[in-house]
Design a protein around this ligand. Structure first.
Ligand SMILES: [Zn+2]
Length: 623
């Protein structure tokens, strides 16, 4: 039996009854205690008292074991979870029970080859979901999915463009059309999941394709100041967002959601466009055309019936092709147009005298995967809750690859799942309840574009406006005890002062995002819940580790990204050190506990981009 399971058993018994002589207690305590050397209760037995009866001896041994283990548990609590105002001792003990070796066991299992890379809708993905649900059940976590189960069914559709049957061309009002080479010059997906589509529609250049009233910015305004008509048309947009060094204008160098390509698709679709051509330029995208091309060479999944995924052509075109289109339309130099489009007041949307003509064929696969959702009740019956999230899906198996073709996803995101499961167990088995309910969601199809969490945000187990906080865990390399955290986005919410206080108590430095222009906040599952208005951020470790140089931490993460990230070699390693995962789980436990205990819901700071969604969720379902 594992040492900490013994501690839990004994901990529970001390709460329920006075010192006991039940054989079960001895059975539970003796073997682990015996391993501890000087802590062995048999060592502390007074010598020279051989006249004790067997019964007395049993009682003495049991009491000794209890005293030693309780003292040991308290010592551990003191070591691993700092004293924090507002955190009851029993909650501190529950947080301290979070066990690095249990996280290891979950990560090891979830990343076995047997799980086949946990692709959504595959046998391995189903096994992973069943494992997580079983662990919830064993820990005493209630089901919070569909119809009293742990599972929330997520209907998905996978689309693969059939390259040799798909044709795109630019057709001018007069003159020769330009036929595009699929893959080298254009890539596209039909988001609607129909097997075939034909397009013959005018192209409208809308600059960066951004409508941002808070920055007094509207790329959809024509020369006459009116919104240009996009119904049934194709939007031509530039990747990224207007360049800025001004914090008050598109957040300076940081990428806002307006710069993400997903936003551009959504905004044009909202305006009735049937297609979007994103102009790729390597410096603006921060990655080359190869990345675009490779990411589109495989099938891409969408939520079935997603109202924001209605484009028949969600496409990227290569920079030189866009220049040829510009020349065909008589618009001159593309790069000069890109410069103008980034300056306030210098750009107007314009319809080109060129149409996009296309025939698109897609291979379509409909399937279902599940989010796994559990719940621990709080003291209050008020309909309010904290939620923890981590995605359990990964990339599955690549049947075309030679050699090892299983994407085990041990770090990505076996680690987040192990942390989520230990959090769930610690809350469920805590001797005191949190103030309000706590939900735990292992979400699917993250690697397909945050789809499981998007579905969860659209169909939350309680109204979105009643969730006070989401903490997400995604890919935490188990390489030691972190001394810094990345909590990108935590500064956007009014819970931030508490976050800072708790981080300090845990000896975790808060370092700024090393690369704000990458827009990390929009790339993990917490973002899906933020879009539903829920204050949300991911708990991630920084590069500072105990007894290591900062350079060492950076080298580890660079090595992982270069050699293992999204590769079959992201495998479980027996020499991994899970104490850091446990530390960040305890840190998140305390944050969740304190958020739950707050009389008021956590909110976005005023003026934040997610504040309107939060307000809408509150008025849709008042507290
Ligand atoms: Zn990933």
């Amino acid at each position: 039996m594992h040492r900490n399971l013994a501690l839990e058993l004994i901990g529970r018994l001390t709460l329920e009854v006075a010192p006991v002589s039940r054989p079960a207690v001895l059975a539970a305590s003796t073997p682990p205690a015996a391993k501890r050397g000087s802590g062995d209760p048999l060592d502390s037995r007074p010598r020279g008292r051989r006249y004790l009866s067997t019964y007395q001896l049993l009682v003495a041994v049991a009491a000794g074991a209890l005293a030693a283990t309780v003292a040991h548990a308290q010592q551990r609590a003191a070591n691993s979870v700092p004293e924090i105002p507002g955190l009851p001792q029993a909650a501190r003990t529950a947080a301290a029970s979070i066990d690095a070796e249990k996280i290891r066991a979950h990560v090891r299992f979830l990343s076995l080859d047997l799980l086949e890379g946990r692709g959504p809708g595959t046998r391995g993905g189903e096994l992973a979901a069943e494992y997580i649900a079983t662990q919830f059940a064993l820990a005493g976590v209630e089901p919070a999915g569909d119809n009293g189960t742990y599972f929330q069914r997520v209907p998905l559709v996978a689309v693969h463009t059939v390259e040799d049957k798909t044709k795109f061309s630019f057709v001018p009002a007069q003159g020769e059309p330009i036929n595009l080479v699929y893959g080298a010059e254009i890539v596209s997906k039909d988001q609607t999941g129909q097997p075939a589509a034909d397009i013959d529609a005018p192209i409208v250049f809308v600059g960066y394709g951004i409508h941002a009233p808070e920055y007094n910015w509207d790329d959809y305004a024509g020369a006459d100041g009116k919104e240009i008509d996009l119904k049934g048309k194709i939007a031509l947009v530039i990747v990224n967002e207007p360049p800025s060094n001004d914090e008050k204008f598109f957040k300076g160098q940081a990428l806002t959601y307006y710069g993400r390509w997903t936003y551009k698709y959504e905004e044009a679709a909202r305006r009735g466009a049937i297609g979007v051509l994103i102009v790729h330029r390597t410096d603006l995208a921060s990655y080359g055309w190869e990345v675009v091309r490779n990411s589109q060479a495989v099938e891409k999944s969408y939520l079935q019936g997603d109202p924001s995924a209605t484009l028949r052509a969600s496409a990227w075109i290569q920079h030189d092709v866009a220049q040829r289109l510009f020349t065909l339309a008589g618009l001159g130099d593309l790069d000069q147009a890109i410069d103008r489009a980034g300056k306030a007041g210098a750009f107007h949307a314009v319809e080109l005298p060129v149409k996009l003509r296309a025939h698109i064929e897609s291979r379509v696969r409909r399937y279902v995967s599940s989010n796994v959702v559990g719940r621990v009740a709080g003291v209050s019956s008020a309909n309010q809750a904290v939620i923890y999230t981590a995605h359990y899906d990964h990339l599955g198996i690549d049947p075309d690859a030679k050699g090892d073709n299983i994407y085990n996803g041990a770090a990505d995101n076996g680690t987040g799942c192990g942390i989520l499961l230990e959090l769930a167990r610690a809350f469920a088995q805590s001797s005191v309840r949190p103030t309000h309910a706590v939900y735990f969601a292992a979400v699917t199809a993250e690697e397909q574009g945050l789809l499981g969490s998007q579905f969860l945000g659209m169909h939350p187990p309680i109204p979105a406006g009643h969730f006070t906080l989401d903490l997400n865990y995604d890919m935490l390399l188990p390489i030691g005890i972190p001394r810094s955290v990345n909590l990108d986005g935590a500064e956007r919410i009014d819970f931030w002062p508490t976050v800072k206080r708790v981080a300090k108590a845990f000896d975790l430095a808060l370092l700024p995002d090393p690369d704000p222009s990458a827009g990390h906040y929009y790339r993990s599952d917490h973002f899906s819940l933020a879009r539903a208005g829920i204050p949300a951020f991911s708990v991630d470790q920084g590069e500072l580790f105990e007894r290591r140089t900062p350079e060492w931490g950076r080298a580890q993460s660079e090595d992982y990204v270069a050699h293992h990230y999204h590769q079959p070699s992201d495998e479980y390693r027996p020499d991994w050190d899970f104490r850091g995962n446990a530390k960040l789980a305890r840190f998140g436990f305390v944050l969740g506990w304190l958020a739950s205990a707050q009389p008021k819901l956590v909110e976005w700071r005023s003026g934040d981009e997610f504040e309107p969604a939060r307000k809408a969720s509150h008025s849709a379902s008042p507290q």
